[in-house]
Design a protein around this ligand. Structure first.
Ligand code: GAR
Length: 194
């Protein structure tokens, strides 16, 4: 495989486990993948995903939002880190903070998110429990371009899974997560122009 010319430099923002981040890192190891993972930032210094990124040799930054007086000043610090590393595209992967309109404008069209539901259904948190309680026959995940409205913005890719009669939130979440790991690398590649 020949290396993709002009790979886009992607950053991943996480808050916790980082399994979607790991899927993106894995995909970007392919020489023909149109993006490289150049930075991982977490708002939670304890995020397990930071260790994984470091072990993969990817630069990491931990910036606790608790050290900033308001949302936008935290976002400006994140933005400065992204600029410093000449980042082209940002992928939110389990990043559990709402980004300010200011940040969304800076990264308009270059900021992606993965959400564990078939948007526009079940924006916000607790999506698997809510899908079960609503008696949905199918559930899934969505990668979309981020706009200032929560879990809104143009959809890049979705994947569907059936909801099974004996599903718990955990079993349903696991089935959806496997699809997240499959579609996020495809969606980032699409956004990177591959
Ligand atoms: C994923 O299921 C992701 O879709 C969800 O958090 C989980 C993070 O897991 N994101 C959101 O709910 C954002 N609103 P990960 O850290 O293992 O990727």
């Amino acid at each position: 495989m020949t290396a993709a010319p002009d790979r886009k430099r992607a950053a991943i923002l996480i808050s916790g486990r980082g399994s979607n981040m790991a899927a993106l890192i894995e995909a970007a190891k392919a020489p023909a993948y149109p993006a490289s993972i150049a930075l991982v930032i977490s708002n939670n210094p304890e995020a397990a995903g930071l260790g994984h990124a470091r072990a993969e040799g990817i630069p990491t930054v931990a910036l606790s939002h608790k050290n900033f007086p308001d949302r936008e000043s935290f976002d400006r610090a994140v933005h400065a880190e992204l600029e410093e590393k000449a980042i082209d595209l940002v992928a939110l992967a389990g990043f559990m903070r709402v980004l300010s309109p200011w940040f969304c404008r800076q990264w308009e069209g270059r900021l992606l998110n993965i959400h564990p539901s078939l948007l526009p259904k079940f924006k916000g948190v607790d999506t698997h429990r809510r899908a079960l309680e609503a008696g949905e026959a199918e559930h899934g995940c969505t990668v979309h371009v981020v706009t200032p409205d929560l879990d809104d913005g143009p959809i890049i890719l979705q994947a569907r899974v059936p909801v099974l009669p004996d599903d718990t939130t955990d079993s349903l979440a696991a089935r959806v997560l496997a699809e997240e790991h499959r579609i996020y690398p495809l969606a980032l590649a699409k956004a990177a122009g591959g």
